[in-house]
Design a protein around this ligand. Structure first.
Ligand code: FES
Length: 170
């Protein structure tokens, strides 16, 4: 047998006779996507477009290992404007990290507690260390980071275009 026989053009339905590949695709497509729902499904599955935000801040002015929050405005691809913020942490090796200000559990506001050297979320009593790792609480992953690049005395963050302010209560 050369492998190009009828078995390549048909799919065996469970408990039923073989159906053609074209018919199988039609059945699968028809059961998942209807004509009117296709744009909605596509929009729901499409990740937000990333947007670059330039912040006029020389990272050399940031104290080492002391998180600072910055606020910024940005323009989305559709022309609307948004506002966001990020926590910046400059390391002793010159590295720079930008944390998404929304808790990875349910998107709440968190803050840096100087005395305890940790980020604390107001909603469900979670805490994160300077590296964003979970110290305790319900979050199952570390703080999310925004890609960040330094150009001299400017910082360029890449944020999702649907970035919103953190929630202030659970
Ligand atoms: S939203 Fe931060 S711990 Fe729940």
């Amino acid at each position: 047998m050369d492998g190009t026989g009828p078995q390549r053009d048909s799919v065996a339905a469970i408990g039923g006779p073989p159906i053609s590949r074209r018919r199988a695709l039609a059945v699968i497509g028809g059961s998942v996507v209807t004509a009117g729902a296709a744009p909605l499904l596509f929009a729901a599955c499409t990740p937000p477009v990333p947007v670059d935000v330039t912040v006029g801040l020389d990272p050399a002015t940031l104290a080492v290992d002391e998180p600072s929050v910055i606020e910024f405005d940005f323009i989305r691809p559709d022309g609307s404007t948004g506002a966001g913020s990020a926590w910046l942490v400059r390391g002793s090796d010159g590295s720079l990290v930008a944390y998404d200000p929304r808790c990875p559990h349910q998107g709440c506001l968190y803050d840096w507690e100087d005395g305890d050297d940790r980020f604390v979320c107001v909603c469900h009593e979670a805490a994160f260390d300077l590296d964003g790792g979970v110290l305790f609480g319900p979050p199952r992953r570390p703080l999310d980071r925004f890609p960040v690049v330094v150009y001299g005395a400017e910082i360029v963050l890449t944020v999702p275009s649907d970035l919103r302010a953190p929630r202030t209560e659970a």
